[in-house]
Design a protein. Structure first.
Length: 179
């Protein structure tokens, strides 16, 4: 999936590995985490597949940076992936763990769900600057209508976090009744 995310970004414009990392941090991180090392590893693999080109750009007083661009073969792969039917992903590590939490005490599990709820609330708060990031990044490309899709993903993320907060609260209340 990361490779397709990188291809999607490069489809908008040429970017360095650092630029890609910044875009992930500013806008994609709320639904897909990527470490710097993963991004560079994927870029290497994309280059080997012929899906991206790499152009060294000299910098004054610094090492050259590499700027990546999508190739026609990379664009073809991105479109192939985009035309795949939607998939339902049912593997959720959190739910696997919750299924077996009955092995612990209700008090421990109340703490578990409170902690989870707090993590979700903080993550939801972290989405606050994303609309400004969308505005910023949409100003960098010529196709402003693409921002509507970015906004759709933010809304999904916001709703998903809200649902998880409500679910965690419900779990806490159930466990408190069990005590």
């Amino acid at each position: 999936m990361l490779k397709h995310g990188i291809l999607g970004l490069l489809n908008y414009r040429q970017l360095s590995g650092y630029d890609i990392m910044e875009v992930f941090r500013d806008s994609l991180n709320y639904f897909w985490n990527a470490q710097t090392s993963q991004i560079y590893r994927e870029l290497h693999g994309l280059k080997q597949r012929g899906w991206v080109d790499k152009t060294p750009v000299p910098q004054s007083g610094k090492p050259d940076k590499n700027v990546y661009s999508i190739t026609p073969a990379g664009k073809e792969e991105l479109l192939r992936w985009l035309y795949e039917d939607a998939e339902l992903h049912t593997k959720t590590p959190l739910l696997m763990k919750v299924f077996f939490l009955g092995e612990r005490s209700p008090e421990e599990n109340i703490r578990y769900f409170r902690n989870f709820k707090e993590i979700c609330e903080k993550f939801l708060e972290s989405l606050a600057p994303v609309p400004q990031s969308i505005t910023h990044y949409s100003s960098l490309i010529d196709q402003k209508e693409k921002a509507a899709y970015w906004q759709m993903t933010v809304e999904y993320g916001r709703r998903n976090m809200q649902m998880q907060i409500e679910w965690a609260q419900d779990c806490i209340e159930r466990l408190e009744k069990m005590r």
